[in-house]
Design a protein around this ligand. Sequence first.
Ligand SMILES: [Zn+2]
Length: 391
Amino acid sequence: MSAVGPECLYYSHPGLDESEAALVEIDATRREIVLDRTLFFPEGGGQGCDLGLIGGVAVESVVESGGRIVHRLASPLEAGPGDRLALHLDRARRRDQSEQHSAQHLLSGYLFRNHGIPTLSFHLGGALSTIDVDLRDFPDSLVEELDSEVNGAIARATPFVLHLCPPEDIETLPLRRPPPGEEEVLRVWEIVGLDFSPCCGTHVESAAELRLFKIDTTERYKGKTRIHFVAGDRAVAMYRRLHRAAGAASRILSAPPEALDEGAERCAKKSREAASRADRLLGILVGRLVDAAPLGRPLALDLSGAGVEGIDEGMRAIKAREMTGVVSLAETPTIGIVGKRGESLPPELLAAAKTLGGKGGGAPGSLRMAFPDPVAAAKFAALALGILENR
Ligand SMILES: [Zn+2]
């Protein structure tokens, strides 16, 4: 980023929310403009751009292009070169971006100072932000250490100090990473007692402004580690959301919030036991229904309410007793057909099922079809029973 000068009000007056500027250029769409000075930080270095209003029109994006700062507006601007325009900065967004970005400096600073681990890239996301670091395995103990270090700096209100450094003097500063090449004056951010880093982004003045920091997750990414983290207002909002969800889960599971994992495991175990009991009972019920049916005729077995397992259980029981039959399930709606052992089902059965909108298939001697509605399924069941009876 090369635009450093009095026209960059986001550098010279970082606390300014309102200002005015003269229009220098406007394109044919009237939505891309260049000003003689600007409040709006253009995206760069992993940080998003500032937003707000220019001449009452919403700013959609701000980028640096060919040494100029180009503002893209949400709708056409009715103004010409030389006109004075009011600038209004979205301070909440600037504060949020500065908080996430400054948290990244702290995180990268401690990773480097404590373990010599370099940060490879930074991305400021919509919910969480990430850095990629040159480490394959990232132990939980390191997550705890970094959470503790960054929150310690927040508690001590560690200052962030800006040094404007001519390139020829850069050797005097112990930089964590090399500076960009083309700058006239380098912007180097010092976190007192921790880190010196060349950076064009916007920052807090004290770590205390972050209030809270948390590493959310770490994941293996292209042989390195990607760390997802959150700070500032976002971290406080995330704590509130999780606290609310934990409270609700605690009531549902009848477990204290600090033992939700044990409560969830108890609940999952009960659920597995209940499912297994339901399967056994379904097996007993279906077995008795099939045993009670008259021999020598195809069996019509309605297992509506038993769920998809009902079809499997019914077809299995009919096959096991070497009978033929039609199993119906209204809720899906699904029909299962079991023909005579060792014989293929008549091809007209599959054709009839397809005509009624059925989808599915089966092994030789059996068929399982799902229908778009219960009426089509019932029609097919009656038809199939007739075909089985006449064989
Ligand atoms: Zn920075």
